[in-house]
Design a protein around this ligand. Structure first.
Ligand code: CAA
Length: 241
């Protein structure tokens, strides 16, 4: 029986590419989303991948939705914690709402979604948890104190949980994408992108979502069973960590 994968934020951006790549690799995939119904419906029609609407920053909603996914498709073997948001602004203009929203989704979301699948993975003695952090969790980024803190937290989460999962056959890894051609990056003011970001990417271009998706497919596979607690940087040479 094909393994089951849940991709949070799996209908748009990097998550869209991950959902499709896992489906093409033979997984039974579920994709979650939080708000954009039109994009999710279009994704479901185009890919045939079922979508589940819940907010990863809400524990009860996440737990209930995961129960539903497991009832509909089967126990989750592969969890990709991809859902993430930005609320970029300089720290002197950052509000508590900017802070709470980003920490709630990008960091608390890892607890809220991983905790409900963890015991099942332990009992079945197999699991793959793949967290999507960011280059900006590794190096910090002006205008992103909230985002950088949340994404650095995702790396710590990964390293701690990997130690707990190892003896139960569960690997936990984190991918740190650099600047990838998605709506999130296209929202950056063009002059900032041209002047302050692109010149510092040695390969001279943004990354493609499919380049992150291929890393996920590898980490999910049996071939990657000896890799756990690892931080995989995929950033075009912008930062070596
Ligand atoms: N890297 C380097 N310098 C940056 C920068 C960046 N990412 N973002 C802004 N700056 C620089 C600007 O070039 C500008 O420099 P000058 O004063 O020399 O012109 C200075 O900081 C101030 O920038 P703004 O004039 O734009 O200031 P603002 O207050 O109007 O806006 C901002 C601030 C909201 C942070 C805006 O600059 C911005 O959106 N920057 C992009 C921040 C960023 O990199 N976000 C990543 C989004 S993608 C993502 O998060 C995915 C991922 O994981 C990589």
């Amino acid at each position: 029986m094909a393994r089951v994968a849940l991709v949070t934020g799996g209908t748009r951006g990097i998550g869209h590419a991950i959902s499709v790549a896992l489906k093409n690799a033979g997984y039974r995939v579920a994709a979650s989303y939080a708000g954009n119904d039109a994009a999710a419906q279009q994704f479901q029609v185009e890919t045939g991948i079922p979508v589940y609407k819940f907010d990863v920053s809400n524990y009860e909603a996440s737990e209930a939705a995961i129960k539903q996914v497991e009832k509909d498709i089967g126990p989750i073997d592969v969890l990709v914690n991809n859902a993430g948001i930005t609320k970029d602004t300089m720290f002197h203009k950052m509000t508590k709402e900017h802070w709470d929203a980003v920490i709630g989704t990008n960091l608390n979301g890892l607890f809220n979604v991983t905790r409900p699948v963890w015991e099942g993975m332990r009992n079945r003695k197999f699991g793959r948890v793949i967290n999507i952090s960011s280059i900006n969790g590794q190096k910090g980024q002006m205008g992103q104190v909230n985002y950088s803190a949340s994404k650095a937290g995702d790396i710590g989460f990964t390293k701690a949980l990997a130690q707990e999962g190892a003896r139960a056959g569960i690997t936990v890894n984190v991918i740190c994408p650099g600047y990838i051609a998605t709506e999130m990056v296209k929202a950056i003011p063009q002059d900032v992108l041209d002047k302050s970001i692109l010149p510092f990417i040695p390969v001279g271009r943004l990354g493609e979502p499919s380049e992150i998706a291929r890393c996920v497919v590898f980490l999910a596979s049996d071939d990657a069973g000896f890799i756990t607690g690892a931080t995989i940087s995929a950033n075009g040479g912008q930062y070596f960590a």
